[in-house]
Design a protein around this ligand. Structure first.
Ligand SMILES: Nc1ncnc2c1ncn2[C@@H]1O[C@H](COP(=O)(O)OP(=O)(O)OP(=O)(O)O)[C@@H](O)[C@H]1O
Ligand SMILES: [Mg+2]
Length: 232
């Protein structure tokens, strides 16, 4: 389980994350929702260790990871798909995927598991293409696949539907559902696309101005007025 307790973060003098607390369980999709600029990506960067936190505690599988580097967090089974994907445009699809294998040594560190190609067949067809030549949706699939080859038990996704065509959004939603159903992975999904989040969330967390303003069960998103909350 991932436990976040009273996380605070500042950019210069601006207080961006204010006492953020929530948990994300294995086998569940925890959706973090919120309008532009509320601090969702900042939260994920803190979780992954890309950005240091000012105070608070991040515990993953019973261990406090606050002082670990991003690389060490990957070693402990955390994987991150950043907003905007950040794939390597000049490297091939296969080479991009191999970057995700950095966690492993020996033969395992070189062999891309066929399961990712089963999950994203388009990547198999395009394995020798350059990342930069893929469509936005294909790049998003590549970014998710690159995270998955590290065999994470915590998958952190930052707005995977942003700027992506509907058919690929559907495919990505299907993959996230499948991963959650396996029951061995916690998924933290940041989204602004309400319908996508509602379809996937086991738990939801709404942020506004750097704070958690509401949280609950995914099934209760409609009755608890989450859509309206995001529209305000
Ligand atoms: N490197 C930075 N330096 C200073 N301020 C920043 C920096 N990055 C983000 N901010 C500010 O921090 C706040 C939170 O940004 P963040 O990117 O975490 O929001 P977000 O919820 O992910 O937004 P979006 O939905 O648009 O992706 C915003 O006001 C943003 O302008
Ligand atoms: Mg963001």
């Amino acid at each position: 389980m991932l436990q976040i307790e009273k996380l605070n973060q500042f950019y210069g003098g601006s207080h961006i994350l204010r006492d953020i607390s929530f948990t994300a369980a294995i086998g569940e999709v925890t959706c973090v929702l919120g309008r532009n600029g509320v601090g969702k990506s900042t939260l994920l960067r803190c979780l992954m260790g890309v950005l240091p936190i000012a105070s608070g505690q991040i515990t993953w599988q019973g261990q406090v990871v606050n002082s670990l580097s991003p690389h060490q967090r990957v070693q402990r089974g955390m994987a991150y798909v950043p907003q905007g994907r950040e794939i390597f445009a000049r490297l091939s699809v296969e080479e991009n995927l191999r970057m995700g294998l950095a966690r492993f040594r020996g033969a395992k560190g070189r062999q891309i598991p066929s399961s990712v190609y089963d999950m994203f067949p388009v990547l198999a067809q395009m394995r020798h293409r350059r990342g930069g030549d893929l469509s936005g949706g294909q790049q998003q699939q590549l970014a998710i696949a690159r995270a998955l080859v590290s065999e994470p038990s915590l998958l952190i996704l930052d707005e995977p539907t942003e700027g992506i065509q509907p058919s690929i959004i559907k495919d990505i939603g299907h993959v996230i559902k499948q991963l959650a159903a396996r029951g061995d992975m916690a998924i933290v999904l940041v989204e602004q696309y309400y319908d996508f989040a509602e379809a996937l969330a086991d738990r939801y967390v709404v942020m506004a101005r750097g704070e958690v303003v509401q949280a609950g069960a995914g099934q209760a998103m409609v009755t608890e007025g989450v859509r309206e909350l995001l529209a305000i």
